[in-house]
Design a protein around this ligand. Structure first.
Ligand SMILES: [Zn+2]
Length: 277
């Protein structure tokens, strides 16, 4: 296993160009695990086309994040995802963000774009977000089962993005359709865009229940951008409840009947690669 020299240096000894929090976490905490994870994603399972290479980098990086979550807790994990989102939204000239350089399946072709930094940010950082959103959609158990099956089925073989699509569809929880996974891949993998989302809601109560109605408005992306986003309802007591809402160019509405008054209704933390408006 080969690691960059930067991984062996104390954070204070690293060159100024890699001293921001995002890169320090990468070289101190994530790089070694990322390279170990390539033993599965890259060595056991491979790809043959450059369009599919993102799968292995995204999985190696997300595996490292799963390790960070276990070792340093959810806050450290979510702060890396936050940094990734902010980095992807960095202005890269002419009013465009780094992320908008091209879809992740462009792979190495993103290197030859006008924004050379885009390849790394999109492949590693948006890639990790794609895996994370998939985990949220499938649930932890199904997501990890899917990865175990991927390793088993594609051992010493190459996997394509389309093989991956078919594999995900074998692990859908009740209520999630194959069409929802198609929308997911169409928007996050085959296209670009990080939406800005605004949740509005209203609660009306009678003697026995609370009627929640609300909407999610999307901006900052093309009108045809669409994503299933988790809206979390928090209560004074008990676990929060999640409603999945499909966004579009028009505000998407949702409703629920609740047995107790909600404290707060908002996008689930780190549930979707988006900014809050
Ligand atoms: Zn890698």
């Amino acid at each position: 296993m080969y690691l960059s020299t930067l991984a062996y240096l104390d954070p204070g000894e690293r060159p100024a160009s890699v001293r921001d929090a995002r890169q320090q976490v990468f070289f101190s905490d994530l790089m070694q695990v990322h390279e170990v994870a390539h033993q599965w994603w890259g060595n056991v399972v491979t790809t043959s086309e450059y369009q599919d290479e993102w799968l292995l980098e995204a999985l190696a990086n997300y595996s490292a994040l799963l390790w960070l979550e276990k070792k340093k807790g959810e806050k450290a994990f979510e702060s890396v995802l936050d940094d990734y989102r902010n980095h992807l939204l960095t202005a890269a000239g002419q009013g465009h963000s780094l992320e908008s350089a091209g879809p992740i399946i462009w792979g190495r072709r993103l290197l030859s774009s006008a924004v050379p930094e885009a390849w790394r940010a999109i492949t590693y950082e948006k890639g990790a977000w794609i895996m994370h959103m998939l985990r949220r959609r499938l649930g932890d158990q199904r997501f990890l089962k899917m990865l175990a099956e991927m390793r088993r089925r594609f051992e010493s073989r190459s996997i394509s993005t389309e093989d991956f699509r078919a594999l995900i569809k074998e692990f859908l929880p009740p209520g999630v359709t194959g069409e929802s996974i198609d929308t997911f891949l169409d928007n996050w993998v085959y296209s670009t865009g990080i939406p800005s989302l605004k949740v509005r809601y209203l609660v009306k109560s009678d003697a026995a229940s609370w009627k929640l109605t609300g909407s999610v408005a999307q901006s900052g992306v093309d009108d045809d951008f669409s994503a299933d986003v988790p809206v979390e309802i928090q209560f004074a007591k008990g676990a929060p409840q999640t409603i999945w809402v499909r966004t579009s160019g028009d505000a998407a509405s949702f409703s629920a009947t609740l047995r107790q008054a909600p404290l707060r209704v908002a996008l689930a933390p780190s549930g979707v690669l988006a900014t809050k408006k």
